[in-house]
Design a protein around this ligand. Sequence first.
Ligand code: UGA
Length: 465
Amino acid sequence: MARLTSLGRESVTSPAAGMRLGIFGTGYAGLVTSVCLAQLGHTVTAMDKDPGIVARLSQGMATIHEPGLSELLGANLEAGRLRFTTRADDAIAGSDIIFVCVGTPPRSDGRADLCQVEEVARTIAQRLDGYKLIVEKSTVPARTARSISWTIRRLAGPEHEFDVASNPEFLREGSAVRDFLHPDRIVIGADSGRARSLLLDLYKPSFDCPIVVTSVTTAEFIKQTANAFLAAKISFINVMSDLCEALGVDVGTVAQSIGMDPRIGAHFLNAGLGFGGSCLPKDLSALIKVAEENGVDIGMLKEVQRINRARVDRLLAKIERALWIVRHKVVAVLGVAFKANTDDIRGAPSLMVVPWLYAAGANLRIYDPAAMPKLQALYPPEDRLVYAESAIDAARDANALVILTDWDEFASIDLERVRSLMRTPIIIDGRNLFKPAQLQAAGFEYYSLGHGDVAPSADQRRVPA
Ligand code: UGA
């Protein structure tokens, strides 16, 4: 089988070498996993209960914005390696491996809601047609596989052969296809030789990255630990950024310099609004619950969570400092997605900042390159809430421009043009996309999270309207 070198069609491996795979769930993880496993040459049947989603995907229309996904979806449908169904039977019958990629949303008490995982386990148990390997992909608390196993064993009876394994994904939204096809490592948690061999056969021919083979519970815990560490790294740099502001030090320079030490690493040191999305906040809460249930002092991670929750308040305070009275001010909001290169707004700062600005009486002009339809579904346009056609359009007549997402196109925006269009040249930057000196030279008042705030020099200052 050919090794993968790019995201393109040329990386497709021989279908003859492929396995037959069933996937439950076509959300972010499920859809990317389905498309990419088909791209590796396997025959994939992906099941979702929602007929609308299945119809769209079957026509080659991606249900999420993910770079590279549409192209691979179309190519693999066309090649006959990928199909979508609402019928569980289709995903189970004849499959060598069944992946569980359903949602595990947070419950109100912070634990992961595993109802959908249990439902899949029950569904599989009722349809076992020979040995099956059932693999958890969804992020679940350690020891969930044990509960899946018990559920299937009780319902299916002792005569059926199956294994439950864990193969956590480390995909980041916005680069999930690339992450899948070019992994740093693959983690296989399997407690039987048969399960281990099947998963090694699935991945080994296509990837030359390290493959960690371990117990099921260890694999589940590796995923939880990875996300908790990433969250901790972000909260750490955010606390440092507050201190940098107080000391007049640039957090970007500090992060870059400490990141050159391989023991620290350069990634995940961008200070700003903190971590959002559907994974890090949820997985951190679930891990804290697991620790509490096991009597382990997890105070450090509680602090990581508390620091993160305070980030948006800090930005709101900056908005008030910059505008004083928010009522009747025109505020351009750039970015509603929780991070760049995705249309996902789950856990996004925009979900707190937009309602706050609206309640404070601002006139909002909102722009995001991909995620606006999702925000519009929650907050339809009206007199005080307008969706703009571009970042430049959003800036028109604005008293302030608030940046909530780190899209590249915001970092490279034509500042001269923005300044000429705004009523008052004020930027409040929740993602530290600019250097204060750069914006000062361009004639802006600039408020950020991790640099000292700056005002323009007197000759460039315009009189506020
Ligand atoms: C995260 C992990 O990075 C993936 O490895 C994991 O597979 C995934 O969760 C999951 O559990 O499914 P994701 O939430 O898609 O991926 O996105 P990240 O790139 O991790 O960003 C999470 C949040 O942290 C975003 O709000 C982002 O803006 C923020 N962030 C990230 C920072 O504030 N600073 C940084 O330096 C990096």
